[in-house]
Ligand binder design. Structure first.
Ligand code: ZN
Length: 252
């Protein structure tokens, strides 16, 4: 019974990544896929790249993975730029080459699609925040399931052949219960944001990820406790902006 752990937006948060890895092993996931933004914001970029490469899972590129490979980061705002320059200084050449070569999208075992932002313009890094934003994406999604990240907010969008729909009840239940099972109905296409492992932004500081069970035709979104204080300490200890530590505690 293949269960695939779908993780995204780790953002150099090793404490959160370890907690999620332990959780998906407990949940008996046999496969793992990663939707990008392995680095950026937090204190362990090289270590997180090493862990993901050691898993050997399929990975697509996030905007931070792309940005860190640029030598010139003057286009970014000062806080983002400071964090990005520090991140780049911590990555070895081999890791930068690996990040640079990540694909923007990928079809996994003919079953589902992986992308960091959306399939209509993956290079534009659009933020898919509502059903209207998702409509353009659905024109480019030909398999029943596509997973994405980027906004750091778990969401379930569906396409019934004519309309793009946001299934808000699922993320509300996730916020309330820390877990929600989404049954995949035949005839609908799903575009599912699995939230962020390393920097959640939906008000719940716990790490978030998804489990796709292709036999049961379900996607489970889960929250995982991790040592937020230790991750915050690490951010401050390496001299990254205080704001980046604070937002981990707030889940924003
Ligand atoms: Zn991100």
């Amino acid at each position: 019974m293949p269960k695939t752990a779908v993780i995204s937006d780790i953002h150099a948060n090793l404490h959160a990544l370890y907690a999620v890895m332990a959780d998906f092993q407990c949940e008996q996931c046999t496969d793992v896929v990663c939707l990008g933004d392995v680095v950026g914001y937090n204190a362990y970029p090289q270590e997180c790249v090493n862990e993901i490469r050691a898993i050997g899972c399929p990975v697509v590129k996030g905007n931070h993975d792309e940005e860190v490979c640029r030598e010139d980061q003057t286009r970014m705002n000062p806080i983002a730029r400071q964090a990005m320059e520090w991140t780049r200084s911590r990555l070895d050449e081999d890791s930068l080459t690996w990040l640079r070569r990540l694909p923007l999208q990928r079809i996994e075992r003919s079953k589902f699609v992986m992308v960091h932002s959306s399939l209509d313009q993956p290079m534009a890094w659009n933020y898919i925040l509502n059903a209207n934003d998702a409509a353009g994406h659905f024109n480019r999604q030909f398999l029943p399931v596509c997973f994405h990240g980027h906004t750091h907010q778990p969401r379930v969008f569906a396409w019934d052949g004519r309309h793009s729909i946001e299934m808000a009840e699922y993320w509300q239940q996730l916020l309330h219960d820390g877990e929600v099972v989404v049954p995949l109905q035949p005839g609908l296409k799903y575009f599912i944001n699995v939230g962020s492992v390393g920097q959640p932004r939906d008000g719940d500081p716990r790490a978030c990820y998804g489990i796709y069970d292709s036999d049961a035709a379900t996607v489970t979104l889960r929250r995982v406790e991790y040592d937020v204080a230790a991750a915050q300490q690490a951010v401050l200890a390496v001299g990254l902006p205080e704001y980046l530590a604070e937002r981990l505690g707030a889940g924003q």
